[in-house]
Design a protein around this ligand. Sequence first.
Ligand SMILES: [Zn+2]
Ligand SMILES: [Zn+2]
Length: 345
Amino acid sequence: MKAMTYVEQGKFALLDKEKPVLQDPKDAIVRVTMSSICTSDLHIKHGSVPRAVPGITVGHEMVGVVEQTGSEVRSVRPGDRVTVNVETFCGSCFFCRHGYVNNCTDPNGGWALGCRIDGGQAEYVRVPYADQGLNRIPDGVTDQQALFVGDILATGFWAARISEIQPGDTVLIIGAGPTGICTLLCAALRQPGRILVCEKDAARRRFVQEHYPQVLVCTPETCESFVREHSDHGGADVVLEAAGGADTFTLAWRCARPNAVVTIVALYEEAQTLPLPQMYGKNLTFKTGGVDGCDCGEILSLIEQGRIDTTPLITHRFPLSEIEEAYRIFENRLDGVIKIAVTAE
Ligand SMILES: [Zn+2]
Ligand SMILES: [Zn+2]
């Protein structure tokens, strides 16, 4: 089968590989019908994910059809359409039992697919702990609608869930990339009074204004004064930082009102400074990533009810045979790309 492979630092290639086989009674083999490319894939390519294993098939955002299940798999059967969770988790360790599945203590726990074990930018993928890693897609939900459930939408849902958003709150989201927009969609479900979005890229600001006209949009330069002007208590009640830029952590806590919750969704490439003397008396609560991706069933039912729709994020489509071209466009942010759907032949 064809599989997009991490060859070495700086090089991915579409190679021919053996189709995966069951290795454990809890495994399932999924025929991938649609996958996507994530910024984390580029982090692997650029060598900034040290635990990524050269030779593995990349890709951790995908949907497909269950082809085969191990003898201990209970929740899905061959023929089921499923989302695949970016995180592998056992469901029974201390962290899993508390919903902190990102810190599952299994050797493959956390982000393994497409990083430490073969992922889904391929024709087939082996999913360990299939009862936890797969969710059935409701009949009325298409592959496109479900494509982001296991990764960026799970991230946005988790971020909104832990941020203690109250009805009427002013919520600031920094960054309107794919994860920022998923965060926006999930924050909006919690009836905030206002959502403000700060984004430096003009095309992305236009995208937000066009698709979510109720959201107020600003630039990083004007963000602090804009937030003060559009909030009731001198700053945002909740800040979700999804940009991961050089100054966006500082911007996040500066835009928060006293006693606000500041949730860090972004993954930074550099260490950030927590200037406690300047913050003293602001009494902020910080929450940090990564995602505990255990809400996929609930997210799928919200999609089925028409309450979450991420299909506008899919700006481009390529068959798997042309995935190298898809990477070129995604990596260089050409042609207004936000997300790419990679389809089976
Ligand atoms: Zn990702
Ligand atoms: Zn676990």
